[in-house]
Design a protein around this ligand. Structure first.
Ligand code: FE
Ligand code: FE
Ligand code: MG
Length: 166
């Protein structure tokens, strides 16, 4: 454990570790939701959507990597079992039981919006108290904002394509 590294955190470290574990559960669920969504998605613009979902999956996994590294640095125990994910997640999991592109896009847009809200709160909490965590969360939230925009742009293209031309 980074003892001095931990000592400079100006907030309850256990509370911070709980918040980081909640985010770690979110990232794993987001990873799987994207990854499995890319396997089952059907409909117009399927190829473009699959490419984006697959890329986002790898980026969510990288977010999990960034968060777990920080948890271990702070002397915490990262969530050790998938059973815990659904119990401690902020943003939950949207089962892609309807594979239609627009439904999958909507589910993942909703997930990104939750992630942005969650990380925005975490930025507020850590801004003064823990600049190291703040910096990590800033990196992650920047990518979540990009994810929301990418999916929204795909949805817009899909709507334009499907709209009847007069
Ligand atoms: Fe993420
Ligand atoms: Fe994301
Ligand atoms: Mg993207």
């Amino acid at each position: 454990m980074a003892e001095i590294g931990r000592s400079i955190v100006k907030m309850d470290v256990d509370k911070l570790l709980n918040l980081l574990n909640n985010a770690l559960a979110d990232e794993w669920l987001a990873y799987y939701q994207y990854w499995i969504g890319a396997k089952v998605v059907k409909g117009p613009m399927k190829d473009a959507v699959i490419a984006e979902l697959t890329l986002h999956a790898t980026e969510e996994l990288n977010h999990a990597e960034l968060i777990v590294t920080r948890i271990v640095q702070l002397g915490g125990t990262p969530v050790l079992s998938p059973e815990e994910w659904l119990k401690i997640t902020n943003c939950g999991y949207d089962t892609p039981s309807d594979p239609y592109v627009e439904v999958i896009l909507d589910q993942n847009i909703k997930g990104e919006q939750c992630a942005i809200r969650t990380y925005s709160k975490l930025l507020d909490i850590t801004r003064e108290a823990d600049p190291v965590t703040y910096n990590i969360i800033l990196t992650i939230i920047s990518q979540e904002v990009e994810h929301e925009e990418d999916l929204s742009a795909l949805k817009e293209d899909l709507e334009l394509m499907l709209a009847k031309r007069k």
